[in-house]
Design a protein around this ligand. Structure first.
Ligand code: UT7
Length: 332
């Protein structure tokens, strides 16, 4: 029997208009454009402004674009997985809100939370529904309104994160293209270094937690950096070796955009030159679940059928992983 694979057949993205530049941040916290640029590679990030707007609103934009490009309507979607750490509400799932807003009346959906690796976990999960033959059209949307959980008085975190969202459509193919291999990992002991202290069932919201600023991202940057730099490179090399890929075989590394130094180290370990690395951290910062699909969206017109891509991420949890994709179409 021919093997069914899940192929990405359309991509969409959305970033809000407002640009929070390093220069503006200089007026908000004790930092400098020079420090931020040299330590992270970030110049500006986008912020979603406007009362009542959340992650779902960015997701709707990205998915509607994806559907338009593919020439299909929302009622053809079978499953929608929303990868986010900033859901519109604690419940119901943001995926349910999105399916309602876009009119995906035949889809079921759920949220998937794996911090910065969420989109890769989502593609891994979604591709299994396709490979099993159960579904024909699966949307994986990854995005975050990180500005909703960032303390703009904390210079260690506010310089890093931004808002944005990207989405891919997975469809079955019998060709030897699509999602070829996935390696996902996690180590929950890493939660100590990157988390949000309150708002969950252990410590629900109270006046005390708000006064103590416990509803914001808490990160021990250096510790996370050390784990990220080793694990993201290791898992990227592991997926290359497992699939007999040499550096020359790789068209693009599509890395999570947390810190340019982590990306550079990963590319170096893989033997991949800068010209083969998708990099938008300078413009968008770290959009958590949005980084990788936003890269695919922006680079789509450079991709050709058969191109080998390695997607890699590391994030809170700790979670990390790598996906090998053989691109399934020439962009028009
Ligand atoms: O996406 C999820 C996973 N997250 C990551 O992968 C993030 C990993 N970590 C990082 O990217 C980096 O650790 C950061 C960008 C967060 C920080 O960079 P760093 O090179 O590790 O800086 P550091 O925390 O070691 O701080 C170095 C110095 C400190 O001053 P002293 O103690 O040497 O005097 C900090 O107080 O830089 C200071 N500093 C700043 N200075 C200016 C920290 N933040 C800032 C800032 N502006 N924004």
């Amino acid at each position: 029997m021919t093997k069914i694979r899940a192929a990405i057949t359309s991509v969409g993205g959305y970033v809000p208009e407002y640009r929070l530049t390093n220069k503006i941040l200089e007026t908000m916290v004790d930092t400098s454009d020079e420090w931020i640029t040299s330590r992270t590679g970030i110049k500006e990030r986008r912020i979603l402004k406007g009362e009542g707007l959340g992650t779902s609103d960015m997701a709707v934009e990205a998915i509607n674009l994806l559907l338009k490009k593919r020439g299909i309507s929302a009622d053809e979607i079978d499953l929608l997985i929303c990868c986010t750490v900033t859901p519109d509400l604690t419940f119901p799932a943001t995926a349910n809100i999105i399916t309602d807003k876009i009119g995906a009346i035949n889809a079921f959906g759920f949220d998937l939370m794996a911090a910065c690796s969420g989109f890769l976990y989502g593609v891994t999960t979604g591709s299994k529904y396709i490979e099993s033959g159960l579904y024909k059209k699966v949307v994986i949307v990854g995005g975050d309104k990180m500005s909703s959980i960032i303390d703009y008085e904390d210079r260690q975190t506010c310089i890093i994160f931004g808002d944005g969202c990207g989405a891919v459509l997975l469809e079955p193919t019998e060709e030897d293209h699509g999602v070829m291999d996935c390696i996902m990992k996690s180590d929950g002991s890493g939660r100590a270094y990157l988390h949000q202290k309150a708002g969950g069932s252990v410590k629900p919201a109270s006046y005390k937690t708000i006064d103590a600023k416990e509803h914001f991202v808490y990160q021990e940057g250096q510790a996370v950096f050390k784990f990220a730099v080793t694990n993201m490179a290791d898992v990227s090399v592991e997926i290359m070796e497992r699939n007999n890929l040499k550096s020359d075989d790789i068209r693009f590394l599509v890395p999570h955009q947390a810190n340019k130094r982590i990306i550079d180290a990963t590319a170096k370990r893989m033997g991949v030159g800068n010209e083969k690395v998708m990099l938008n951290i300078e413009k968008y910062g770290n959009t958590t679940n949005g980084t990788i699909p936003l890269c695919l969206w922006e680079w789509e017109n450079q991709l050709k059928k058969g191109d080998n891509l390695i997607l890699s991420a590391f994030g809170g949890g700790f979670t990390w992983g790598s996906i090998y994709i053989k691109w399934a179409y020439d962009s028009k």
